[in-house]
Design a protein around this ligand. Structure first.
Ligand SMILES: Nc1nc2c(ncn2[C@@H]2O[C@H](COP(=O)(O)OP(=O)(O)OP(=O)(O)O)[C@@H](O)[C@H]2O)c(=O)[nH]1
Ligand SMILES: [Mg+2]
Length: 193
């Protein structure tokens, strides 16, 4: 995929801030620190476009990035980092669930899970929500460079058991592993629009 332009458009803290040009959107979802912003930068091959950090909870708003002037990547805040984790109904819930439930422009949700760990309870809840509401989605297992091939394969099986019936792609923002496969899925969902 040739990315000829990619730019930050805006941060949204509520629905009135969402973009209004009707272009299709691909959303990145997952717990804090799982690698959402890194994945977005890696796909676009733009270092530092979406801010990344070791501090969980870095991305607090819904951030829109316009790609090739034809669709948006949408970076959602990470969930499950606040100690007061009243599940998805807490802060994350309000903003993100409203977006997921109501956003017509959304053509694909990319759910990120850490390839080194079993999916968490919140990962499962989000996944069940996506399946139940029949939202087009795909699972990306991040930080694949941190595991041997053998361990990665075992981990992918665990993820498949925990989050069944969804396509899973292993990804590394460091090596670019999974980049072509994920772009393929993204372009497919944009065509279906
Ligand atoms: N080795 C490795 N590190 C990664 C990868 N992706 C992300 N990281 C690291 O993981 C940390 C968190 O990455 P972010 O992209 O900021 O995570 P995020 O999901 O956007 O986090 P929040 O915005 O806080 O929700 C950073 O230190 C990244 O450098 C990867 O594929 N491989
Ligand atoms: Mg982020």
């Amino acid at each position: 995929m040739k990315v000829s332009s990619a730019e930050f458009t805006k941060s949204a803290f509520n629905q009135t801030h969402w973009t209004i040009d009707g272009l299709p959107e691909i959303a990145f979802l997952g717990r804090s620190n799982v690698g959402k912003s890194s994945l977005l930068n890696s796909l676009l091959q733009r270092k530092g476009l979406a801010r990344t950090s070791n501090t969980p909870g870095r991305t607090q708003s819904i951030n829109f990035f316009l790609v090739n002037e034809s669709f948006y990547f949408v970076d959602l805040p990470g969930y499950g980092f606040a100690k007061v984790s009243k599940a998805m109904r807490a802060d994350w819930g309000k903003m993100a669930e409203e977006y997921l439930a109501e956003r017509r422009e959304l053509v694909l949700s990319i759910q990120l899970v850490d390839s080194r760990h079993k999916p968490t309870e919140l990962d499962s809840q989000l996944h069940e929500w996506l399946v139940y509401h029949k939202k087009a989605h795909i699972i990306v297992a991040t930080k694949a460079d941190k595991l041997s091939n053998n361990k990665l394969n075992m981990s992918l099986q665990e993820i498949e058991t925990a989050l069944p019936e969804s396509k899973i792609i292993a990804y590394s923002a460091v090596t670019g592993k999974g980049r072509d496969a994920l772009w393929h899925e993204i372009l497919n969902s944009l065509e279906k629009k």
